[in-house]
Write a new protein. Structure first.
Lengths: 151, 111
């Protein structure tokens, strides 16, 4: 289904797992409501969950409260996710990929999230460090030859 | 996310209905531990109604494979939807888990 309307989702949460859970649910509702096709809808939800989980778990060197800003805009061609956090400098594009050749006993249980998102968006991602903020922009094509996902 | 189980001979089929994400995956982890406490050693995870999995969900499945392997058990997966299949393939989990088209085929393969 062709997206002609420009739609946007904007939210600021604190670095708190419960707030992230609510946010992820709301993002998935947003992409459903604007009839994003199945695959890009999945990728938007995955990118938000993986990248923000990473920020909350690993980005901060103190135990304080921090704001994380999320902006999603859909223009018919792409969904663009912009994530902004004031954690330590971290460029996910430089994170090493997981070693997929290890046997089950030796595979580490973490480190997959960033890799999955990069693969799902074909590395259409940019990273900037500005005035103490990490700014990550992820672009997801909205194919128009697919039916939107049901609830 | 809902979990349901059924027994087919010695193989336990565990169906996941809904999303396996950072929020819901602890419930799958607890269920696997409960099954292992009940001495279940062969598990088929039926993914026909699994609509979403993130790395948090994959981690729980990997943990389950490690735990079962340590006690001589096995876990396999069946019936992926398209996007879930893509995530599994990208993560290289198809090298770790045997994946079947249907849960019946998985049960037959394990029995």
């Amino acid at each position: 289904m062709q997206q002609t309307m420009r739609s946007a989702f904007r939210r600021t949460i604190r670095n708190d797992a419960a707030e992230l859970q609510t946010l992820c649910e709301d993002v998935c509702t947003f992409v459903e409501e604007i009839s994003v096709p199945c695959k890009p809808a999945y990728v938007v939800c995955l990118a938000v969950e993986e990248m923000m989980t990473n920020v909350i778990k690993y980005s901060y060197d103190d135990a304080g409260v921090h704001d994380i800003h999320l902006d999603i805009t859909c223009d018919g061609q792409h969904a663009t996710i912009r994530l902004q956090d004031d954690g330590h400098e971290f460029n996910p594009l430089l994170a090493p990929p997981p070693n997929k050749d290890l046997p089950v006993e030796e595979r580490p249980v973490g480190g997959l999230g960033i890799y999955l998102v990069r693969k799902m968006v074909n590395d259409d991602m940019t990273y900037q460090r500005e005035d103490g903020w990490n700014i990550l922009t992820i672009r997801i094509p909205l194919q128009d030859d697919e039916e939107p996902c049901g609830p | 996310m809902e979990l349901s189980e059924s027994l087919s001979g010695k193989v336990l089929v565990l169906s996941i209905d809904g999303k396996l994400d950072g929020n819901t995956c602890p419930r799958l982890d607890a269920k696997i531990l409960e099954l292992m406490d009940r001495k279940v050693r062969s598990i088929v995870v039926d993914c026909s109604r699994l609509t979403y999995v993130s790395s948090a969900g994959l981690r729980v499945l990997l943990q389950a494979a490690k735990r079962l392997k340590a006690v001589g058990g096995t876990i396999c997966l069946s019936s992926f939807q398209d996007q879930v299949r893509e995530v599994f393939e990208l993560s290289g989990f198809e090298a770790i888990f045997k994946v079947y088209d249907t849960s019946d085929a998985a049960v037959a393969g394990m029995s």
